[in-house]
Design a protein around this ligand. Structure first.
Ligand code: ATP
Ligand code: MG
Length: 591
């Protein structure tokens, strides 16, 4: 609606990941700490005389789409400030635009905020609000503003209004209706509300200054006629308040102290303050009033965060829906396997800036690696299988091997899996003719089968086209990992494997970045031309037997490969399906 913005800066430099900063280094924290120290918001009480916290923030999404990583940052920021300073954060649906909003979006937003680990309850009180619940109050204040001469009904056409608005450096022209008497405007406003006029016939405008250097102060619209069904108020209203009018009043009604929004609203702040001043003069609200602060929106490299462009990806079926694991939506990154902890860590690490910049995708991936490296159970999985036959291993023997669930957390115990004559190894772990520095399997070379035995490669079988279809080796029965004899074998290569007879087969979706261009939509670029054709590959992998028990959303480190999650929709116990969240190392860093 009123907030035309977006697009991201045009190709600014990619920021390196800022080092984890102490919380106090963020300018918003500094403001909050200053306000607490000065006691400005200390003595407030609610209508029942109960004391109010000194820090009350809000996250105010419009329920017109799915939330994305940028919103996640705003959620972490607002809820995080409230948490850290003994305050509270409200979840408020800014649902004043009837034609674009739906219950489906309300539900997914609620889910996403909860999933990120935040809560709008304060003790037993719920602080979940809808701007549409304030329609009666917003309207009452509008009538007051008209009566006090602070607002008037304008009857120019939309085109005339645009033409008379002027430009930067050029004053606007007063509307011929600007000097309507309060009585006349009030009568028209009531008739607008009663449904006597068509959309666009009249608009209620604040009466401020058509020559203001700030375009937002040139008599901004505060109510417009919209004969539309609203997802919560139905057909009760046919006039709807504008965002810039609704926002400060909603904040004041909820006793918000710090109203944090993105930079493009900086020029809207004078109107925010103007409305609240008029309301305070008339005793609608007590001082101190809420204050608006602006921070730089998150622009994430290799991603787009415009709701409209994300919708295009979904509608053109470039991705498999809003929760496609390649989407930067919260439902998408959740399905990809990101943990709420990693998103909060990411948000903390990138800090809060006052100027627009890009954050590298590697910073988000790094947060996930750091979170899961510390706690994810390990597993052996072969993604590109090649058969390895241990020729001297007895046909029906299987020997149990064991490995730590987590190398640094012995309390998590051990996992066991059998070794037998026929194994699966990675295709890339064998070369018929070794290149320089290659220490894995090639004829005559010895490697350790991780947690198992040392084997020596003896050769391979090929099909008619010359493709290697099986590798042969012999093993040393006294070389088993953990046994006394194992120390006698010094080898440079160490490869993972699974026993062909015991392994479970499962689908693994190897996701990668959706775009090849770090700034796919900057400077008006066509983001659809920057798609990564290899952003999704599906393989049938062989896994150590224990993985059959994986539950949806269980996360693992597949040794040597990266971090994977059992897909929360398609995976079922006994028949898991995995998504690659990220590889172990950042393969994009050098690009
Ligand atoms: P719209 O154009 O539909 O208003 P929006 O992205 O601003 O899109 P909102 O639902 O209005 O969506 O956003 C809710 C809150 O999230 C706002 O406070 C907004 O400032 C914040 N927000 C949105 N995008 C980002 C972003 N990229 N980085 C940080 N905060 C964001
Ligand atoms: Mg918005």
């Amino acid at each position: 609606m009123s907030n035309d913005k977006k697009g991201g800066p045009a190709n600014p430099p990619v920021n390196a990941a800022p080092s984890p900063s102490s919380p106090s280094s963020n300018f918003l924290r500094a403001i909050v700490e200053h306000d607490i120290a000065s006691g400005d918001y200390a003595a407030r009480t609610d209508v029942n005389g109960h004391p109010l916290p000194q820090v009350v923030t809000r996250f105010p999404p419009e329920p017109n789409g799915y939330l994305h990583i940028g919103h996640a940052k705003s959620i972490c920021l607002n809820f995080g400030l409230a948490r850290d300073y003994g305050g509270r954060c409200h979840l408020r649906f800014d649902d004043t635009n009837p034609t674009k909003e739906e219950q489906e979006y309300v539900d997914t937003i609620i889910d996403s905020v909860k999933w990120l680990g935040f809560d709008w309850h304060d003790g037993r009180a719920s602080h979940l609000y809808y701007a549409s619940d304030y329609f009666p109050t917003l309207y009452a204040i509008a009538e007051y503003l008209v009566g006090a001469g602070h607002a008037y009904v304008d009857s120019q056409t939309a085109e005339q209004m645009v033409a008379n608005r002027g430009n930067f450096g050029e004053a606007g022209t007063d509307s011929p209706y600007r000097n309507r008497t309060p009585k006349e405007s009030l009568d028209l406003l009531r008739r607008m509300k009663a449904g006597e006029f068509k959309d666009g016939e009249h608009v209620l405008r604040a009466k401020i200054d058509m020559a203001s250097p700030n375009m937002n102060m040139r008599d901004p619209a505060i109510y417009r006629i919209r004969h539309a069904h609203h997802h919560r108020t139905g057909d009760e209203w046919c006039i709807y308040p504008m965002y810039d009018y609704t926002h400060p009043i909603s904040d004041a009604l909820e006793h918000i102290t710090h109203s944090i929004c993105t930079l493009e609203f900086q020029d809207h702040r004078p109107f925010y303050d103007w409305i609240l001043e008029r309301c305070a003069e008339a005793n609608f609200f007590k001082r101190p009033l809420p204050h608006q602060y602006e921070f730089a929106r998150l622009n994430l490299s290799f991603a787009i965060t415009s709701k409209r462009k994300l919708l295009q990806l979904v509608e053109e079926k470039t991705v498999d829906g809003w929760d496609d694991p390649r989407m930067p939506t919260i439902v998408g990154i959740r399905r990809r396997g990101y943990t709420p902890e990693s998103i909060r860590l990411f948000s903390e690490r990138i800090g809060v800036a006052k100027a627009d910049s890009w954050i590298d995708m590697g910073t988000l991936e790094g947060a996930l690696r750091d979170d899961l490296d510390a706690r994810a159970p390990r597993a052996a999985v072969v993604l590109q299988p090649l058969k390895l036959v241990i020729d001297n291993f007895p046909e029906d023997l299987s020997v149990e091997c064991s490995a730590p669930v987590h190398p640094h957390l012995p309390e998590h115990g051990v996992r066991t899996f059998p070794i037998s004559k026929n194994l699966w190894i990675e295709e890339e772990d064998f070369m018929e003719v070794a290149s320089k520095g290659y220490f894995r399997l090639f004829p005559g070379n010895r490697v350790r089968l991780r947690y198992g035995y040392v084997v020596e490669c003896t050769g391979c079988d090929k099909d008619a086209t010359g493709k290697v279809i099986a590798v042969h080796c012999t093993y040393f029965p006294d070389s088993k990992s953990g046994s006394e004899g194992s120390a006698n074998y010094k080898v440079k290569g160490n490869i993972h494997w699974v026993s062909a007879h015991h392994a479970v087969q499962a689908e693994v979706r190897l996701y990668d970045r959706l775009f090849l261009d770090p700034h796919p939509d900057a400077g008006g670029k066509v983001f659809m031309q920057a798609l990564n054709p290899d952003s999704k590959k599906t393989v049938q992998a062989w896994m150590e037997p224990g993985l059959a028990r994986a539950l949806p959303e269980d996360r693992y480190q597949f040794e040597r490969h990266g971090y994977f999650v059992a897909d929360r929709i398609d995976s079922v116990p006994g028949k898991p399906v995995f998504n690659r969240i990220v590889t172990l190392k950042d393969s994009w860093a050098a690009k």
